[in-house]
Design a protein around this ligand. Structure first.
Ligand code: FE2
Ligand code: FE2
Length: 468
């Protein structure tokens, strides 16, 4: 758990900061003066110090000297009522993380704290390091634990970059060999990119035969980069265990590459990304959340997980042809006709997806049903739970969560913790309880969630993708 020490005599600041940090697993300790602060630093070794500039027993610079003399590297953030805040550059020289002027913006300070805690971690660096389109795709080693014959060439990573052939297509991988690798903490084996598409059942070959349209590789790179930044930087990564997040990110990255190899998809996503950044970030958020919920539910079939991700990415594609001015209007200002037009987006989306080779009926159905709810008050058809495919029910939960958490031009966004509370209060039975519980477990880390599952989940433990 991360620890912050607040040095400030003001009770108000302490309360504000406590409330702000409550949803995150960050512990806040409080000192009212410098002397107290020094003791606390030695006792609790905080990861960050937030301090008022002028304290009853001296200036923060006195404290900073004390810290530097002890060779402590704990970053300091200063909040001050003074107007002569020093520049970024000067504060860097003094090894002060940042200055905030009172009254400070809660949002800005929270962003800074989370950025500091998260963005400097090895995981963040590692994930952001995945840059372009890769030739090899990592697959969790557990997938190959059954010791069956493999339908694809499998590679193993040696050192940082090099991949060598481990087993040729049709070979049999002995169980003990995999177990040995696992013991050596080898987490992933690799498939060639084109084999990954086959592996997840994405019929890309149809478009390969068709006349290939040239898509600007720079645009593809930009799209990949933006998507990675969205997944790594702007989502609720702080609330999810790094291990789970890393795996989800690798799968998302691999799936994304498979998807943009399809020219039609690449075109669609470039358009979404360039024209309306919010819609694109929403779709990436929904895709990632849906994938995380599915994993939390214990879905292990990579082909199914790929379809969940693809459905998330494409669910709002029906908005593509709808005028942006209607789209960004507050609900209350929309006319009946405008509302009807907006609510036609699932049907429009399904029509678009039907035209694209390689899109499975499940993905089309999910797009069609992602606004249907369990009690039949959704749209476009108002059907009830048993008629809605489980993946669409899952996406319904992911959709609300992403809508509440990801910054958008219409509404204030919430912390994941607040979003869960709002969902519980406002959506209740409209959501499928199983998927909501899985989301809660993911965010709040609730224990024994399996016992709370209301009913048998059709996709749980369906076994790995069948391999020959
Ligand atoms: Fe939608
Ligand atoms: Fe949506």
């Amino acid at each position: 758990m991360r620890k912050i020490l607040l040095i400030d005599p003001s009770e108000d600041i302490h309360t504000t900061l406590s409330e702000l940090l409550r949803p995150y697993s960050i512990k806040l300790t409080w000192a009212k003066n410098l002397a107290d602060g020094e003791t606390q630093v030695l006792l609790s070794r905080p990861d960050l110090i937030i301090s008022e500039a002028e304290l009853p027993d001296g200036h923060i610079h006195k404290f900073r000297h004390w810290r530097d003399d002890l060779n402590l590297e704990t970053p300091i953030m200063v909040i001050t009522a003074k107007t002569n805040i020093i520049s970024e550059e000067e504060s860097k020289k003094l090894n002060i993380q940042s200055y905030f002027q009172k009254p400070f913006s809660k949002d800005a300070i929270l962003k800074k704290i989370l950025g500091l805690f998260y963005k400097n971690t090895p995981l963040h660096k590692e994930l952001m390091d995945i840059k372009g389109v890769e030739d090899y795709i990592p697959i969790k080693i557990e997938t190959f634990l059954m010791g069956s014959t493999i339908p694809y060439d499998l590679y193993i990573q040696i050192g940082k970059e090099k991949k060598i052939l481990l087993a040729k297509k049709g070979a049999h991988i002995p169980y003990d060999q995999i177990t040995r690798y696992k013991k050596k903490k080898l987490e992933y084996l690799f498939l060639k990119r084109e084999d990954f598409q086959d592996y997840v059942g994405f019929a890309i070959r149809v478009t390969k035969i068709a006349k290939k349209k040239k898509i600007n590789p720079k645009k593809i790179q930009k799209l990949l980069r933006n998507t990675t930044e969205l997944i790594v930087g702007d989502l609720y990564i702080n609330d999810i265990s790094p291990e789970v997040y890393k795996e989800a990110h690798l799968f998302a990255h691999a799936s994304f590459q498979a998807i943009i190899d399809n020219d039609t998809f690449a075109d669609l996503m470039i358009t979404l990304n360039e024209n309306d950044n919010f819609l694109y970030s929403h779709c990436v958020g929904v895709a990632m959340t849906s994938y995380l919920i599915a994993k939390q539910m214990g879905w292990v079939n990579d082909s199914l997980l790929f379809q969940v991700f693809l459905a998330g990415l494409m669910h709002d594609i029906g908005f593509k042809e709808i005028d942006h001015s209607i789209f960004s209007k507050p609900r209350i200002e929309q006319s009946k006709e405008e509302r009807q037009l907006l609510e036609s987006h699932p049907t429009r989306g399904a029509d678009i997806l039907r035209q694209i080779p390689g899109v499975t009926p499940l993905v089309i159905q999910v797009c069609m049903q992602h606004h249907e709810d369990c009690i039949g008050t959704g749209y476009p058809k108002g059907i009830k739970k048993r008629k809605i495919t489980p993946v669409a029910r899952l996406l319904y939960v992911a959709e609300i969560f992403a809508e509440l958490c990801i910054k958008n031009p219409r509404e204030i966004y919430h912390t994941p913790f607040e979003a869960i509370e709002i969902m519980e209060e406002q959506y209740g039975d409209r959501m499928d309880g199983n998927y909501f519980i899985a989301l809660k477990k993911l965010i709040l880390g609730e224990k024994n969630v399996e016992e709370q599952l209301k009913q048998e989940d059709p996709f749980a433990n369906t076994g790995h993708l069948k391999i020959a």
